[in-house]
Design a protein around this ligand. Structure first.
Ligand SMILES: NC(=O)c1ccc[n+]([C@@H]2O[C@H](COP(=O)([O-])OP(=O)(O)OC[C@H]3O[C@@H](n4cnc5c(N)ncnc54)[C@H](OP(=O)(O)O)[C@@H]3O)[C@@H](O)[C@H]2O)c1
Length: 390
């Protein structure tokens, strides 16, 4: 447990060492945890809990997720169920990890099988905060808690296996048993978190929806496209435009920010880069501020979630999505990107096989966040060796 004050805000965070195995057993020893859904989060969290000695069952409809769960060693009829209601009935903790649109669709099945005193667990505040849109209104006789890993489910698992941990927020929406907070924290550590910081369902969902539409995914791609297209219009080659826009960012500078902070990166680049960056970040900040204001307002008023539920609940949503993702894939910036990545020395020979394997998993927001991390160390070492200059 650590307490610190930044910007006048005093915070306490909880670490893995606050929940050693004996304490986890004491809190979770008598729980049966049903993980509903076996997407990226369901998979990462359930496998980590299983490895942490928690009594876990998985419930997911027959299909690709179910097949994957079988491959991961979950046993049909014992630890793997295709009937969500049956699993909910037998569980004391229900980790509701269907997609957010799926949570709306399956809610009646979950609600009708919840047992008094159970804990209903989410990894996103979406269903509860926007309950007018989702209809997810839990009964009064259950705990309602949240643990939201700040990264991909694939990273949740990978970091756990490496002895590391992803950071997660946790929150309590409803405390029926008086144990909701300790249940949330213990589950947060059991699913593989490195440390836990406290939030509310509202703040989790507002910040998460803003972040993924903003700097984590939407804004960053918009900025990259704008710069790449400008450089191309001005006669720069695809290689030059891509290297100055994406490759240098992801392979050199962003890992340095991750390791040491933007302040360190600014202090350790060329004086020419320093002067320009110090002058121009303010202009970009001023230009983007109104867009962020609009974004937060749309999130806060439920306009963004209404779009998500509408589009993702359509029977043909996968086809529509595929078309949009294909357009991104065909964007010139990612065409040259694929070639540039291919040319990285570490992608030649045997390292290439691993990279090709990892590719299909790296879809979606949280995979994007996860990708930069492993690169951070070598880049930093190199920079330090060279006196930290860019
Ligand atoms: N993605 C992340 O890394 C991440 C990070 C933090 C928090 N979260 C939150 O964690 C929760 C789970 O997200 P996720 O990304 O793991 O979801 P996901 O990968 O989209 O997984 C969805 C799972 O739900 C099943 N499913 C979807 N719609 C269904 C329906 N109508 N009926 C029954 N099953 C259905 C899918 O089964 P099929 O395979 O059969 O379709 C799959 O097993 C969400 O609340 C999300 O916001 C996610």
């Amino acid at each position: 447990m650590r307490t610190f004050t930044v910007g006048g805000v005093k915070e306490t965070v909880y670490e893995r060492k606050d929940f050693p195995p004996a304490k986890l057993k004491q809190i979770l020893g008598r729980e049966t945890v049903a993980v509903i859904g076996y997407g990226v989060q369901g998979r990462g969290q359930s496998l980590n809990m299983r490895d942490n000695g928690v009594n876990v069952i998985v419930a997911v409809r027959k299909g690709p997720s179910y097949d994957l769960a079988r491959k991961d060693g979950w046993k049909p009829g014992k630890t793997l169920f295709d009937n969500i209601g049956e699993a909910v009935r037998h569980a004391t903790v229900i980790q509701y990890l269907l997609s957010d649109a799926g949570q709306k669709a399956q809610w009646a099945e979950v609600r009708d099988n919840l047992q008094p005193g159970a804990a209903l667990y989410f990894s996103h505040g979406f269903s509860i905060v926007y309950r007018e849109q989702t209809g997810v209104i839990p009964p009064k006789n259950v705990d309602v808690i949240l643990v939201a890993p700040k990264g991909s489910g694939t990273t949740v698992r990978r970091l756990f296996l490496e002895g590391r941990g992803i950071n997660s927020s946790f929150a309590v929406h409803q405390d029926f048993t008086g144990r909701a907070r300790e249940r949330a924290m213990a589950l947060g550590i059991a699913v593989g978190s490195g440390y836990l910081f406290e939030t509310t369902f509202e703040n989790e969902v507002y910040s998460d929806l803003t972040g993924e539409r903003g700097v984590l995914m939407g804004a960053i791609y918009g900025l990259m496209r704008a710069q790449y297209q400008l450089l191309r219009q001005k006669g720069h080659s695809p290689s030059e435009a891509f290297n100055e826009t994406v490759e240098e960012a992801t392979q050199s500078l962003y890992p340095l920010i991750g390791e040491n902070g933007m302040d360190w990166m600014y202090a350790n680049c060329s004086t020419t880069a320093q002067r320009g960056a110090l002058d121009w970040y303010k202009k970009f900040e001023a230009a983007s501020k109104p867009v962020f204001e609009e974004l937060y307002d749309r999130v806060h008023t439920g306009k963004e979630t209404a779009v998500v539920l509408d589009v993702n609940s359509r029977p043909d949503y996968r086809q529509g999505l595929e078309k949009e993702l294909a357009a991104v894939r065909q964007d010139e910036i990612w065409q040259i990107g694929a070639i540039v990545r291919e040319l990285r020395p570490e992608r030649q020979g045997s390292a290439r096989k691993g990279a090709a394997k990892a590719k299909p998993k790296a879809a979606g927001k949280r995979a994007t966040k996860a990708k930069a991390k492993p690169k951070a160390k070598p880049a930093t070492r190199k920079a330090k060796k060279k006196g930290g200059r860019r």
